[in-house]
Design a protein around this ligand. Sequence first.
Ligand SMILES: Nc1ncnc2c1ncn2[C@@H]1O[C@H](COP(=O)(O)OP(=O)(O)O)[C@@H](O)[C@H]1O
Ligand SMILES: [Mg+2]
Length: 264
Amino acid sequence: MNDILLDVSDVHVTYQKGRHSFEAVKGVSFLLHNKETIGIVGESGSGKSTLAKAIMALQPCSEGSILFKGEDISSFKSAELLKYRQNVQMVFQDATGSLNPRMTINAMLDEVLSVHGKCKENKKGRILELLDLVGLPSAILNRYPRELSGGQCQRASIARALALDPCVLVADEPVSALDVSVQARILNILRELRERLQLSVILIAHDLAVVRNVCDKVAVMQNGLFEDFDDAEKVFSSPKSDYTKRLLAAVPDVNRALARFYPA
Ligand SMILES: Nc1ncnc2c1ncn2[C@@H]1O[C@H](COP(=O)(O)OP(=O)(O)O)[C@@H](O)[C@H]1O
Ligand SMILES: [Mg+2]
């Protein structure tokens, strides 16, 4: 059985501004299989969000191709694109900013389901199910995003992304704006959802520690290219590129740090 959902092949993305052009992604290739989680890590400006936008068909590829279940997404017309964006959903870093400030959480989820004609018979039930999936209490349904914490907003935006039963979730730095303790909870939710809903996930982060315990494979991106791409274990235990080695060396060693403060 062919279980390849996304086939990203030699993708280049170029931004054009007047006579100036800038190539933000310079030839990236990878396959995303069914139920697989791939982490993409790299410093700010390395091209992670640009690659995510290309995968979401929000930014065209200047070279290369992205196939979804064997079909080139650049050939999709509006109806196919709508279907594609139901299948491949995105979660953004700035959860509060990506939610409509004038809509309660209930209205937001209701709208997503209505626009796509989903769950007409039992919309309320589906909304409660979505809240349950991300661990939000039903008491927040009538609240506006500004009345929620950062972590609750991120849970709500994950619920919105799941509303249409996607098979792929692209999460662009979903925990970067959150406190460390909240980060761990959101990552746990993503891990649980992946199992419960059989999701494939592309998890983007600027911090190797974020992807370490969540991803099957890890890509380390620098300057528009994958410097390393392998099983997560291998990238952490025997990184190929010097850049990855430097990144790994920069991950703070909690035990060492604690030992400084609490010597034996
Ligand atoms: N809309 C745009 N127009 C021109 N350049 C852009 C645009 N968006 C991003 N860039 C540039 O592309 C490079 C990669 O950006 P981005 O994909 O956002 O990186 P990352 O998500 O890894 O921080 C950066 O140098 C950024 O300045
Ligand atoms: Mg980014």
